[in-house]
Design a protein around this ligand. Structure first.
Ligand SMILES: [Zn+2]
Length: 142
């Protein structure tokens, strides 16, 4: 595969886009790293337009084979694929993408972004993204 032809007018297939993004990301040349970022954003936009079932298919095709046999990651991803296959969810609209950005609250301690985590064995919580802070607040707590 030739590096450097991703800005042609010919529309790229999603599979080709993923393979190229992977190749560019592995390259040590700064220009390829930059292309990987641009192509990654385009890939993200394209995935927004796909159904949950199509995302499940891409997980199976591209992520599942990368995981260790019998590792917990493989078990979790297999579970996610099975669930996405039964999902009827469709595209992520621009409104939804922007809405989730707008609702992104900031950490009351350091002002950094905080992300919602769905609690596993505990209630849902917000967690500050900054490693030095890691401020944690349970949903519904003031
Ligand atoms: Zn913080």
């Amino acid at each position: 595969m030739e590096l450097g032809d991703e800005f042609d007018d010919e529309p790229m297939s999603t599979r080709y886009m993923i393979e190229r993004q992977r190749k560019l990301g592995e390259s040590l040349r700064p220009i390829d790293q930059l292309r990987a970022v641009v192509l990654g954003a385009a890939l993200s936009d394209r995935l927004n337009e796909m159904s949950d079932r199509q995302i499940g298919q891409l997980l199976f095709d591209f992520c599942w084979p990368e995981l260790y046999v019998d590792g917990p990651e493989l078990i979790i991803v297999t579970q996610a694929i099975d669930r996405l296959r039964r999902s009827t969810g469709g595209v992520i609209t621009n409104e939804e993408a922007q809405e989730s950005l707008k609702q992104q609250p900031v950490c009351p301690k350091c002002g950094n972004e905080i992300f919602l985590h769905y609690g596993i064995d505990e209630p849902d919580f917000w967690l500050c993204d900054r490693v030095a802070c890691r401020h944690k607040r349970y949903v519904g707590e003031l």
